[in-house]
Ligand binder design. Sequence first.
Ligand code: 5RP
Length: 230
Amino acid sequence: MNVAKENAAIAALEFVRDGMILGLGSGSTAEIFIDQLGERVAGGLKIQGIPTSARTAECAIEAGIPLVDADKVEKIDLTVDGADEVDPAFSLIKGGGACLLREKIIAHASSKMVVIVDNAKLVDTLGAFPLPIEVDPFAMALTAEKIYQALKDTGCREAQTVLRQAKDKSGPLVTDGGHWILDSKCELIPSPVETARALSQIPGVMEHGLFIDLADVIIVGEVDHAKVME
Ligand code: 5RP
């Protein structure tokens, strides 16, 4: 177990209140949070969770967390999720686990988003982590060309884009929503807001991994404590 991730996940429990509808993020840090939350539920905490991926749904069920259909709720009080990079403006790169579309839908619908990371995820400028972009498989080469142009036009360095493959090497990785993922290695994304806007205008892009103005709180786990930034 990564202690820094665990400390961040435990600190996020402070934001959870009885009766909340919670968006449950995806990835290893979110899974630690889900395990911890499951222990609180076993101890009497009453919450309902909305998973952001099939894998998270499995983890939540295993942890004993009651789930609710996203279409059956009027509001989501809080989402707790991980991230691949966090910059000083709380802009994020997400999607390392290929769940970015559902993660963004749920984060956007939530009153508050708490992001839990270890300190290795903090960066001055986003871009060292390849930016995941979820695309429709139809005419993917044309979409990839538009993505290349959008990244170039918004100041990203020569982006090298690769189609993410399934772990068993059977072909392209297919997301829970039936899409593919292009990972664009930009090195630096100087204007995340502009890049996000440009990518959102491309029809074949289902969603991109730039999360702008969504994170309200960043919890950074260290080996012996967690720092809460609001
Ligand atoms: C999944 C994500 C994850 O939150 C992100 O990749 C961080 O994962 P981890 O907590 O395993 O480092 O965006 O799509």
